[in-house]
Ligand binder design. Structure first.
Ligand code: AGV
Ligand code: CA
Length: 313
């Protein structure tokens, strides 16, 4: 049995962010020391509410939920951000009509500083949205670096990006693009970074096979919840387009519970902070080292996802 690790989770209220929270609450080898929500690829109030309801419904303990007051440089499309309202409204999360999980007073970056300093030993940071709150926390309290085991981040990509916006060349991944300066700031730190980039997430698209598996096992409340959450995202059928959904954040999250489902190698890289390639991650000999997660085993990933969802019953 692996040891229990303290994890602080900062997410941006997309479907796969909220499903990631559900997954973390089922892992025996993870203890969440806090959760925070940043309104990047989602909205703040329904994001915090959905997080608290997921904790109430599926958690055996109740980490505090903090709200971020950070703002990005390049906003996400509203059509994607609307997903937060959908998950928050799912009947399974609203049966009790109450929210018990505590809401933190502090804004996300200060809440994270407080939890890092208060938690015994080192904490793993899991970020499945932009790095704005971490960049601000490092500026305000550089001493937290010693309390961070590592940062596991869904961000970046060396072969290609996923931004399709005017005035951009398409080379960046969205979590970097939302706030390129924040990623650039974190790159200047000495924190160990596991970078779950598009090279691995592209191996785990939302497709009709996984939908079928969820439907087959929908008698498990947690598996039915997965199917319902992803019902607002179009599946990959013939070819990728700008709306195609991957299990970006869930892969990142499950790599904490089961490191064997991904493959990593050290690469040296930089983040481009501005201009038409802003948010692009580029391999460069004198760049900082990151553990680049470049591959995954999709079968092991999907099996583990369903195994965790079944545990919640
Ligand atoms: O770039 C991937 C990040 C992940 O953290 N997000 C979605 C995941 O939560 C942005 C994103 C890229 N393409 C998207 C995204 C799409 N088609 N729909 C919604 N969000
Ligand atoms: Ca996200």
């Amino acid at each position: 049995m692996s040891q229990v690790q303290s994890v602080y989770f900062n997410h941006d209220a997309g479907v796969d962010d909220l499903v990631s929270l559900f997954m973390l609450l089922q892992m025996d080898n993870v203890k969440l020391s806090g959760v925070s929500v940043i309104p990047a690829d989602g909205y703040l109030e329904p994001g915090a509410a959905a997080s608290r309801k997921i904790i109430d419904r599926f958690g055996k303990y109740a980490p505090e939920v903090a709200r971020s007051n950070s703002r990005g440089k390049n906003p996400f499309p509203a059509a994607w951000r609307m997903h937060t309202f959908y998950v928050d409204a799912l009947p399974i999360l609203n049966e009790s009509g109450t929210m018990e999980a505590p809401l933190a007073e502090l804004p996300a970056h200060r809440h994270m500083i407080q939890q890092l300093l208060q938690t015994e030993g080192k904490t793993t940071l899991l970020f499945t949205g932009p790095l704005t709150d971490l960049a601000r926390a490092l500026d305000e309290a550089p001493e937290i670096e010693d309390k961070i085991e590592k940062l596991v981040w869904m961000g970046g990509g060396f072969a290609h990006g996923n931004v399709d916006e005017p005035e951009h060349d398409g080379s960046a991944e969205w979590n970097v693009f939302w706030d390129p300066e924040a990623a650039h700031r974190v790159w200047q730190s000495n924190i160990v970074i596991d970078l779950v980039a598009l090279e691995s997430t592209i191996k785990v698209p939302l497709d009709l096979n996984i939908r079928k598996r969820w439907s087959t096992d929908r008698r498990y409340e947690g598996v039915d919840f997965l199917g319902n959450c992803y019902a607002c995202c179009p599946p990959l059928v013939h070819m990728e387009n700008n709306s195609t959904y991957y299990f970006w954040d869930v892969l990142t999250t499950l790599s904490i519970g089961r490191p064997d489902i991904v493959q990593k190698k050290v690469v040296h890289c930089v983040v481009i902070p501005d201009g038409p390639s802003q948010g692009r991650t580029v391999e460069q000999a004198d760049g900082r080292p990151v553990n680049f997660v470049y591959d995954t085993n999709p079968t092991a990933f999907f099996d583990y996802m369903i195994e965790l969802a079944k545990k919640s019953a």
